[in-house]
Ligand binder design. Structure first.
Ligand SMILES: Cc1cc2nc3c(=O)[nH]c(=O)nc-3n(C[C@H](O)[C@H](O)[C@H](O)COP(=O)(O)O)c2cc1C
Length: 224
């Protein structure tokens, strides 16, 4: 598969088939993904791959805890800047509207929206979870490095016929997840990644998000 094909066919998949993914495949993806560049070659990423009984136990724990504290734990970082406005706010709004439209959830259907959001914590049915950690001492440049590692994972998944969904939502269960995975205290959970085979028949996977045009995001200088 060409890189451009992997990029074009990658979407955030929100319904997976339960088919297990062999350890060898997950290892191969992560082994190749670690070639991502990072400033000073710091390689600030730390990853836990979870499947089978370990994943089942974790998801069951989250499910139980969600009954007690539906909003999860206090976050360790702010996912979006305060007072998001302008094109950023508009894109975020549209992305949500488009997503809910695919599954027939109306704007005022709060329970329907909550139900979809909670699917995050079922990993959208995926058989493998990756939990991505960053050392707390790291700053914005290293967070950008993590993004490159993640995108490698997403594209390599495509090469293996798999799909993925990055899930910042998991950050709201960082303490509970740490109780399962026991990362060192200096590691902070950035996000989860759902990994597996796409359920092609699921309406939610029909979503194709748009992008701002090239002229909106790039200026060209000196090309003649
Ligand atoms: C770091 C990161 C975190 C994300 N977290 C979530 C999430 O928690 N739940 C979710 O359904 N989608 C999540 N997404 C998916 C975005 O909504 C999605 O990438 C965006 O709408 C563009 O759509 P596409 O990935 O299908 O091209 C996340 C994406 C990124 C890059």
């Amino acid at each position: 598969m060409k890189v451009s094909e992997a990029i074009a066919s990658r979407i955030s998949c929100r319904a997976f088939l339960p088919d297990p993914i062999p350890e060898k495949t997950v290892r191969e993806i992560l082994d190749r993904a670690r070639r991502a560049p990072s400033g000073g070659n710091l390689q600030p990423w730390h990853c836990h791959a979870v499947t089978g009984p370990a994943l089942k136990a974790l998801l069951a724990d989250v499910r139980a805890q969600m009954e007690l504290t539906p909003r999860g734990e206090p976050g360790e970082f702010r996912v979006y800047p305060e007072g998001l406005s302008g094109p950023y706010e508009a894109r975020r709004f549209k992305c949500g509207e488009d997503l809910y439209r695919t599954i027939g959830v109306a704007r005022d259907d709060k329970p329907g929206r909550v139900r979809q959001f909670r699917r995050n914590f079922e990993l959208f049915g995926a058989p493998v979870a990756l939990f991505i950690y960053i050392d707390r001492r790291m700053g914005p440049p290293q967070w950008a490095d993590i993004g490159m590692f993640l995108q490698n994972i997403f594209l390599l998944a495509r090469e293996q016929g798999l799909h993925s969904c990055p899930q910042e939502a998991w950050a709201q269960w960082h303490g509970l997840i740490a109780a399962h995975l026991k990362p060192p205290a200096e590691h902070m959970l950035f996000c989860g990644v759902a990994l597996g085979r796409m359920d092609e028949s699921a309406p939610v996977n029909s979503l194709r998000t748009d992008r701002a045009g090239l002229d909106e995001i790039a200026r060209f200088h000196g090309f003649g």
